[in-house]
Design a protein. Sequence first.
Length: 457
Amino acid sequence: MDSSESAGSRPTDIAEAVNRGGVLLSGPLRRALLHVALPAAAFQVLVFLNNVVDFLWVRMLGDEAAAGQTQGWTLFWMLASVAQIFSTGTVAIVARRVGEGRYGEANHASRNAARGAVLAGLVIGAAGWFLIPWVAGLNDSSPKATGYTIDYLRMVFAGAPVMFVFYAIEGTFKGHGDMRRPLRALGIALAINAVLDPILIHVAGLEVLGAGLATVAAFTITGLLLGVSASRRGWLKGRPGLDLRLVARVLRIGTPLSIHGIVFSGVYVVVITEVTKVGGDAATSALGLGLRVEGLAYMLGVGFATAAAAVVGQNLGAGQINRAHKGAWTAVRLAVWGTGAWGLLMLLAPPSLVEWMSSGPLAGVYATDYLRIVAISLSFTAVEIVLEGAFSGAGDTVPPMLLGIPLTLARIPAAMFASAMDWGFGGIIWALTVTSVIRGLLFAFWFARGQWINAKA
């Protein structure tokens, strides 16, 4: 480690960094959480809108194209879950070092996490390219829908290195408690994606492949903008090479939650198969539509999870255990209120939320049923998401993995049972909803035990 990486060094914009740390380490907790959560939630909403824009243009091609992209979307999020290893691990390490005032070590972690992310993206992207046809063939969709899935995923996996480094750099900004610059960068990328989608999908005739290309372009642009911004602050600068011990620490912290995310996404591959059995491509398209509407509440939860991770990590580093504990539960309460309001709207007025996105009348009916059932579990999902963020900020990511995976896997036999009993589309969605409620309660119980306080990052 060179002199610029010593514990006493400071980032180039020390005053700004200290100011951000001051917001998270002192003063009213609600203001500190909102300072990070609102731009982080807006960031996630922009990610969500990027996908919605893709879906709106793809659905014009019909149910088969919409179903094909929906199947690809679940595997896309599986890839994103792997990439988020580098975000989760970077957040925990950077936030802890910032709280301790060891800014040089925070910078060292940031740049080595980014370098490790590039290498991982190259390996996983190459492997995925060859495995995609086999995975896509596991679904019972029409051959045309399966072809669309392969087109979409091959383009996305080709952009895996860009996605991985994007998440690593995003984790650096989260660790510093700064989500405003990532928000601006993604806003620019969304605008470009909105222009590219109709051109690539319809004018160029690339169809679903064009949607995948536009998504990769959005990640590339956002990653470049964030990389430039982080470099200007000295977060990514340093001598060449790769600190394997640091990368191993990032992997140790980030992998447990990533495994849960991979399992979560993988389960949806089976769920989609069962949904297709009971309702065909229209039901599959409706599932994708419902997930997107539900996604707004999810993104709000992720915003507060980001805030919880930064507040918990920095305050543990500063030795302020009570503030870290109180900050996590305050984030939970704020997220529950916000997601509860959206859930009420999903319960009372689902047709108005889906009709403008539906690929057909039958898909709209299925999507309406989805929203009314899932609305019940949204607040419990918020508890799980926010506390998962708090666990990750503490560097204690094994408990949420052990709590989440069994109930997530339980969705497979539950969905199959609902399908076999001929309970239809609604029966499968009820199986998903019940597991979400139980997971939220378990996360609250385990976090309240307080063992995360002693975790190392």
